[in-house]
Design a protein around this ligand. Sequence first.
Ligand code: GCO
Ligand code: MG
Length: 396
Amino acid sequence: MKITDVKVLITCPGRNYVLLKIETDQPGLYGWGDATLNGRELAVAAALRDHIAPLLIGRDPGRIEDTWQYLFRGTYWRGGPVLMTALAAVDLALWDIKGKVAGLPVYSLLGGPTRASAMAYRHCDGRDAQEIADNIRAAQALGFKAFRAQVDVPSTSSFPNTTWVDRTTYSQPFEDAPYLRAIPALFEYLRQELGDEPLILHDVHERLTPIQASQLAGALEAYHPLFLEDPIRPEHKESLRLVRQNSRVPLAMGELFNHRWECLPLITEQLIDYVRVDIAHIGGISEARKIAVMAEAYHIQMAFHGPPDVAPITHAANVHVDMAIPNFGVQESSIFPVEIEDVFTGGPWLENGHLHVSDAPGLGTDVDEQAAARYPYHPTEYLPTLRRADGSVQDW
Ligand code: GCO
Ligand code: MG
């Protein structure tokens, strides 16, 4: 069997998505991959169109690992979010094809199910603690057991001018001192209101220094969060040692990592409890599976990144891997814009707070290309910038 065509499609059904279709010489046999890198969509599209697609034509789509090694090591330039998102898209499309050839869902190719579904957490963010508690109660009524709690910190919201709507220039304020007071207060309120049972996590989004992260983790210990996500920036990972020494709060990290070697010190030193890599940015299912195997040996669980800025194809891949690995922790779930349903079919679905995928061959997802064409790319869908009160840049 041979790859005959590789198409890149860019669409914006409420969010920008870059999709990859790999076609074969078998009539009607193709695979879909997700090449979306939020805010840098066209860079990945160009990498695929101009550099990677020509290398794939004529190759055997069944040789997933060889293609992965070829694109990662064999073409010399490797790593980084752009190339690893492109590689992930190829990897997902090839697993999709392999499943279709075998007549089996991808989780079956990965060793078969170890569980019936993947426990999901829901974003229950709010303007204040009361709104978050209400959102958690509403999610509990739907069957969710796990929740992410992010709160607006009012005293930091006065700077700068946020009336611009152009996301290339739009910024939001952040100050660490009020933030460090607000999060323990939020957890105290949530435990008082909701009791001990709900699994509640918080995403720091890389905004703290190691000693501040240590303080926050220590202050949250009494409220036993499910985990504290991305407490520090990803560049100097060894700084997590400090956070670890100072608290027993479970830690999670990984959405900004691009390959397994970035995860390695955190796994072998047991500096985190959940690996949060993004299947769409880490080179796909092949790489995610290897990371899961490494983590399993150290009793570390997987909690794959699942934001609405990656396409339902990646969300399906998340759940296929979750279903197969023994060290699954929890799966981030997202609420997508409604238009998404015009373009994508067969993605994972929620039932009683758990994500399910069908047993359709491959990843089970498909794309309506005509519908996708009705939603043109939106060029200024960038993440906002965070700035401190003195105007300086802060990690978003
Ligand atoms: C998460 C993430 C997202 C990211 C987004 C960036 O844990 O879901 O932190 O909210 O901010 O994916 O593009
Ligand atoms: Mg995050």
